[in-house]
Design a protein around this ligand. Structure first.
Ligand SMILES: [Zn+2]
Length: 420
């Protein structure tokens, strides 16, 4: 068993935290911003220091590779993202990059024999915070392997045209053209050149911490569906229309939302998660009774049968009248549960056990680049705990020791893959 180094991990964690430091414990580091370029420069500096070769592809994804002992073998890649959300933390994404770097640094420092070339990788624009959508570059690179209803959202020309949410005059394509890290399409992650992909990530939830575990052996990314639920009423004057004559679409939606929670909770499955996070109100004027409400419902669970039961409840809304308003339910999008490669999951589990970590099987409720990569090649993920389950915010925290344990599990799982 090989182990990674706490001191070296801490050094990288604290250094990357400077690039985009928002001044109160977290970072804002949009993809391809000056701060993101500083982080990439540091990645290059450290990786060149151990003799790695740096390559960039046409989406500015970056690859640092050290050779293996057997020529002709494909690379094993450890990848995550270096961008953050606005006022995000110091761990989401970047920890997976740091862990990949740490594995290469450990292999070189300790002269650990390995047959395959090993690559640490940065995915561009995973968060999609400045240029939507999220998981943009893995969507483009894995395009030919994704299910059709997912891939159609990641056409490269549409991604290049994605407009900055802060400045309507610039696009992702402009930022890419201005980036010194834009490279060639031939350097992309591909099935021909790469054997397997690992992504270490913070859990972004409280499950590991609550269970007192240090490592999550990730088995899948949860299947989900996203529906739009609409209510149609009648707009009238807020001061002159008696309550009993109203067709208030917002009141109807509020009742229906409470009904949804009651009925879904009756299924008695605490691991099922569902969210209404978006609402559109028309005309959205304080003196006018709303005539249209449109809200989202996002439902996630591994089991398709359970998701189907929830969907029945959602669809049943159409059969009733809500506060004298009509209801319509429409699918926005859905995806099946994405299972990670069984062999790689096994290597992660064995490594976590052999290193004596407290670990458990876990699934991912959030989307990650690894989920798209898994359509292309054997892929899996490793989770480390998130303090109080926080992520996408400044209090996001994982101890250096937990980060290093995660990197050690990654190292040993990669070495097991290398021996195969
Ligand atoms: Zn992330």
């Amino acid at each position: 068993m090989f182990t990674c180094d706490n001191k070296r991990m801490e050094d990288k964690i604290t250094t990357f935290a400077k690039f985009g430091d928002a001044g109160h414990g977290g970072i804002t580091r949009y993809s391809l911003s000056p701060e993101a370029h500083q982080a990439r420069d540091y990645f290059v500096k450290r990786m060149e220091a151990i003799g790695a070769t740096i390559e960039c592809d046409d989406m500015a994804n970056m690859y640092a590779t050290i050779p293996g002992s057997e020529p002709g073998l494909k690379r094993i890649v450890m990848a995550s993202h270096a961008d953050s959300v606005k006022n995000g933390g110091n761990y989401d994404g970047i920890l997976g990059v740091i862990a990949g770097m740490e594995v290469l640094e450990t292999v070189v420092a300790e002269n650990i024999p390995h047959r395959h070339p090993l690559t640490a990788m940065i995915w561009t624009n995973e968060e999609g915070s400045l240029y939507p959508p999220a998981m943009m570059s893995s969507g483009v690179v894995c395009y030919d392997y994704l299910p059709a209803d997912i891939s159609k959202k990641f056409k490269k020309e549409n991604m290049l045209a994605s407009v900055s949410v802060l400045d309507k005059t610039t696009t992702f394509g402009d930022a890419l053209n201005a980036s010194p890290f834009k490279g060639e399409e031939k350097n992309r992650l591909s099935k021909d050149k790469y054997e397997a992909m690992f992504e270490l990530h913070i859990e972004q939830g409280p499950i590991l911490e609550d269970a007192g575990n240090e490592i999550g052996v990730v088995t899948c990314v949860l299947g989900m569906f996203n529906y739009r639920i609409r209510f149609y009423g009648q707009s009238d004057h807020a001061g002159t229309t008696p309550m009993h004559k109203r067709q208030d679409a917002l009141f109807a939606a509020a009742q229906a939302l409470c009904y949804l929670h009651e009925e879904i909770d009756k299924l008695g499955r605490p691991e099922l998660v569902y969210t209404t996070g978006e609402i559109v109100c028309h005309p959205n004027v304080h003196t006018v009774i709303p005539d249209m409400i449109d809200f989202s419902i996002d439902v996630r669970h591994e089991d398709p049968e359970l998701r189907a039961k929830v969907l029945e409840i959602v669809k049943s809304l159409e059969q009733k009248e809500w506060a004298r308003c009509k209801c319509e339910v429409e699918l926005a999008w859905q995806r099946d549960t994405v299972y990670f490669d069984k062999e790689l999951v096994g290597y992660v589990k064995e490594s976590a056990d052999e290193l004596g970590t407290k670990n458990q099987l876990i699934n991912s409720g959030a989307g990650h680049d690894a989920q798209f990569a898994s359509y292309m090649m054997p892929t899996t993920m490793i989770f480390v705990p998130s303090k109080d389950g926080h992520s996408h915010c400044e209090p996001e925290f994982t101890t250096v020791e937990e980060c290093t344990k995660g990197a050690s599990v990654l190292l040993n799982a990669v070495l097991k893959t290398d021996k195969k």
